[in-house]
Design a protein around this ligand. Structure first.
Ligand SMILES: *Cc1c(COP(=O)(O)O)cnc(C)c1O
Length: 370
């Protein structure tokens, strides 16, 4: 490799170390390491305040959060979902004991297309699991309307949508349940972690119970629960990071705006996420590389990689083309043309709050003149 210091698609933000150490001292003094401890409760309260939502169940990762969300509603039938997402979205449906049914995406937002969702509804459909891809809101009005008219549960995989606001409210407050991921690669992280945004206290309590083995008290177990608890260490990390998030989100926006200004008119390149839209979180900087660009998408991916720049093809291959899903009728050849085209053309450029200007200039230069 030519460059000693590789540039990855993302780099995690970290708390100020003294802030984290001070919380660790609290943990050392209580010697409580898990089981809904004081640090978790502080993190939950601070997170709710930061996001502007009241009822949050914090869990150990978003995959678990998705499974719990589906199980909470007893979903075991068909779940209409997007083929253009991280594989965990569909895996969670299977782990919940249900069956994914893929609906094609909107070609501009790459979020699931409400008309395509409605066309997939059968008597076995029980829920819609939509993804706010790259933190761009789904057509929540149309999906909500479809869910209401057909009596379906509407769950959002909001793993990318930390702190996004839409129509004057937190995007995660929309739908029956929304799931956030706090994995290291996301906008906000607790190393590993996730959360379910609930509409009321009763829902939160039910989900917390399911995630604590179904244990009500020392002698009472009321359901076949499992373990989705976040440790006090992870909670301390998240709690210490929250105060840095305003600055981190602002810095992401600066980086995304430089990409946008310098790449948006480049022939053969389509920039997908306009960072100037209020309420967005600059989760990623995805571009589509169309056939009139001098290189193929993979050609550009490799050109950058040769220079030590690790752009990523999120999301390729589409979930519907993976071996465990490709036999589904909704995944057959000829279906999902827009998702499959997006998967062929997509490339996410490196984006994180402290991406150096000189590094970004090098990336922009290479994309502009490959
Ligand atoms: C990262 C991600 C997940 C999984 O999150 P984990 O916390 O790593 O389990 C699920 N869905 C989407 C869209 C993601 O990007």
């Amino acid at each position: 490799m030519k460059y000693a210091r590789p540039i990855y698609v993302t780099r995690p933000v970290l708390p100020d170390l003294p802030d984290f150490l001070s919380l660790l001292e609290d943990i050392w003094s209580t010697r409580i390491l898990s089981n809904n401890g004081p640090m978790l409760r502080r993190f939950e309260a601070a997170l709710g305040e930061y996001l502007g939502v009241e009822h949050i169940s914090i869990v150990n990762n978003a995959s678990m959060a998705l499974v719990l969300s589906l199980r909470h509603f007893g979903i075991t039938g068909e779940v209409i979902t997007t083929p253009f997402s991280f594989v965990a979205t569909s895996h969670a449906i299977r782990w919940a004991g249900a069956e994914p049914v893929f609906a094609d995406v909107d070609p501009v937002t790459l979020n699931v297309d409400p008309a395509a969702v409605e066309a997939r509804i059968t008597p076995r459909t029980q829920a819609i699991l939509a993804v706010h891809c790259y933190g761009q809101p789904c057509d929540t009005d149309a999906l909500g309307d479809i869910a209401r008219r057909h009596g379906l549960r509407l769950i959002y995989d909001a793993a990318h949508a930390f702190a996004v606001r839409h129509d004057g409210q937190p995007l995660v407050a929309v739908g029956d349940l929304s799931v956030l991921s706090f994995h290291a690669t996301k906008v906000f992280n607790s190393c590993e972690g996730g959360a379910i945004i609930c509409p009321d206290a009763a829902t939160k309590d039910a989900i917390d119970l399911m995630g604590n083995f179904g244990i009500v008290d020392e002698t009472t177990v009321t359901s076949v629960g499992l373990n989705s608890k976040m440790s006090e260490l992870n909670a301390a990390f998240g709690l210490a990071l929250l105060p840095r998030m305003d600055a981190a989100l602002d810095a992401r926006k600066v980086v995304a705006s430089r990409y946008w200004a310098r790449l948006k008119d480049l022939p053969g390149i389509t920039c997908l996420c306009d960072p100037a839209i209020p309420g967005r979180n600059a989760y990623a900087f995805p571009i589509l590389v169309s056939p009139d660009y001098p290189l193929s998408r993979d050609g550009l991916y490799e050109r950058l990689r040769d220079e030590g720049i690790f752009a990523r093809r999120y999301f390729y291959p589409p979930i519907a083309d993976l071996p465990m899903y490709c036999e589904l009728p909704s995944a057959s050849a000829g279906e999902l043309p827009r998702a499959r085209r997006a998967a062929r053309e997509i490339l996410c450029l490196p984006l994180y709050p402290d991406l150096a200007e000189a590094d970004q200039d090098r990336i922009i230069g290479l994309v502009s003149a490959p």
